[in-house]
Design a protein around this ligand. Sequence first.
Ligand SMILES: O=C[C@H](O)[C@H](O)[C@H](O)COP(=O)(O)O
Length: 241
Amino acid sequence: MAGVEKAKDLAARAAVDEFVKDGMAVGIGSGSTIAYGVVRLAERVKEEGLKVVCVPTSFQAKQLITENNLPLSDLENHPQLDVAIDGADEVDDDLNLIKGGGGCQTQEKIVASCAKTLVICADYRKDSKALGEAWLKGIPIEVIPIAYVPIMAKLKAMSAETVTLRMAKAKAGPCVTDNGNLIIDAHFGQIKDPAKLEAQLNGIPGVVCTGLFVGMAVKVFFGQEDGSVTTRTPRNAGLSA
Ligand SMILES: O=C[C@H](O)[C@H](O)[C@H](O)COP(=O)(O)O
C-alpha cells in the first residue's frame, strides 16, 4: 500500500487506537477511509478481546461491520454512543467539516449527534484552511425528491456558484440516498461562516440535512504523504506531530 491509501490507513488506525476502548458503543462512519478503521477495529477485537458494538451510518458501513464480523447494533438499541469515527471530504482550521461525498451525511450526522465524541480520520488532501477551498464539488445537501427544483432555484438565489443534482453512476437518473432522497451539490466558494450557511440551508423547506458539520468534531487525524500522522483539535488549531 502506498500514497493516499497508506495515508488513509494510518489516519484511521490512529483514530481507532486512541479512541476505542473496551465496552464501547461505536458509531461507524462511511467512505473509503473509515473502511481501514473497521479493519483495525476487527484486528483489535481479535487480538485484545475487545468488546464493542458498532452502529452504522449507511448501507456501506453496515456491510463493513458485518463483513469484518463486528457486532452490529442500531440507535434503537444504542441511542447513546461513546464515540463515532468517520471520514471527511474537507476539514478547516476550526474542525468544521464538509461530508457527504458518498451521499451518507444524513445518517452520519444523526449518529455523530448521538456520540459523546466525533473523531475524524482523513488523508492529507482533506486538510484546508477554509471550507470550500479544496473541496470544489460543493456542499452535499440531501433533499426530499418533490422539492429538488425549487431548492435548486433557492440555492442559486443564495449566490451558490454551482448547483448540481447528483446523478447516479451505472444507472440512469439521479443518485438516490439510503433514505430514498436526492442530493444537490452546491458550491458557495470559500465559506466564511459555516454555521450561518448551515442554518440558512437548514431553513429551506425540503432540505433534510446538509454535509456541513459545524463544531462537531473533537479531533482529526490526518495521514500524511511521508507516512506520519498529524492531528488537529479545536484547542491547538495548528498541526502537531
Ligand atoms: O458520504 C460520505 C462520507 O461523508 C465520507 O465520510 C466522506 O465522503 C469521506 O469519504 P472518503 O473517506 O472516501 O474520502
